[in-house]
Ligand binder design. Structure first.
Ligand code: FAD
Ligand code: FES
Length: 258
């Protein structure tokens, strides 16, 4: 992990309130692994005070990209940054998705959760002995971003779902997941999305016999273990920090029903 001022190469509005930012950093682009995140300062002033966490979408040294959605003040400010501006970042942070080979893997991305999933797909499809399948879901077709890039990756099959049925099948990423797992003999699932998706996933995957990993979001103050703002309760009753123990956890490790 390193703090540095990174030049912005591109900060492009993909559509609606979704943006793709390309940054230059020798350090992050050569040290990051799929699942890692960065903390990024939304402005050079103390308003907002805290840096914001973003998953790493992909790396191509000396560059790396993040994909983000405007949800509040910080992301609004970040969206106004221009090429050649510099931003303060800390990273890469957190743990990463486990290395997997010789398995049938189902990756699941819900909404902006596609960011770390994209990196995981690149990683897992680069191992020839893996067969990688994707379930990608969002509110509507205009929220299913990065699809063109995703279609160029070596996925065995892509299953699309939208809440309103405007693209793919009407439903959630969990709607057909049991059938997809059965049909394609899935060994491992790797997911990122909102907590509500994980709760449904937790129930949907019960008894399926798959090994399940999730990349979680939480409110983060520091990003490296100091402030305790990101803790989640585990099934043992202990708390873990999403920033340093995660963001990747075994699905069954987290106390979804409280
Ligand atoms: C490890 C990690 C990786 C992330 N990766 C991405 C990513 O790749 N792309 C992306 O768009 N976002 C990602 N996020 C979420 C992103 O950090 C928040 O959306 C952002 O910090 C919001 O800042 P803001 O100032 O715009 O919103 P705020 O004004 O701080 O908040 C606006 C609203 O969003 C909610 N919110 C803020 N932060 C979070 C959060 N972490 N989880 C759930 N709700 C939140 C607030 O409760 C509030 O309702 C990630 C979060 C974590 C912890
Ligand atoms: S964000 Fe500060 S401890 Fe996790």
């Amino acid at each position: 992990m390193k703090e540095e001022a990174c030049p912005i190469v591109e900060n492009r509005n993909i559509r609606k309130n979704y943006f793709l930012m390309k940054l230059k950093s020798d350090y992050v682009s050569t040290h990051a692994r799929a699942g890692n995140f960065i903390m990024l300062a939304a402005s050079k002033t103390t308003e907002p005070l805290l840096k914001r966490p973003f998953g790493i979408l992909r790396v191509k040294p000396p560059f790396f990209c993040i994909y983000y959605e405007i949800v509040g003040k910080g992301t609004e400010l970040i969206s106004s940054l221009k090429p050649d501006d510099t931003v303060n970042i800390v990273g890469p942070l957190g743990n990463s998705f486990p290395p997997i080979d010789n398995k049938n893997i189902l990756v699941v991305g819900g909404g902006r959760g596609i960011a770390p999933i994209y990196y995981a797909i690149e990683d897992y499809t680069s191992v020839p002995s893996n067969n990688v399948f994707l379930i990608y879901g969002a509110r509507s077709k205009d929220d299913l971003n990065l699809l063109e890039e995703i279609e160029t990756l070596s996925l065995k099959k892509i299953f699309l779902f939208t809440d309103d049925g405007s693209k793919g099948k009407k439903g959630f990423v969990t709607t057909d997941i049991r059938e997809i797992i059965d049909e394609h003999n899935i060994d491992v699932t790797v997911s990122c999305g909102p907590d509500a998706m994980f709760e449904t996933l937790f129930h949907a995957l019960k008894g399926m016999g798959t090994e399940n990993y999730v990349s979680m979001e939480a409110l983060m103050g520091c990003g490296f273990g100091i402030c305790h703002s990101c803790v989640v309760k585990t099934v043992t009753g202990d708390y873990k920090k999403v920033c340093t123990d995660g963001p990747v956890f075994r699905l069954e490790e987290i106390a979804w029903e409280q």
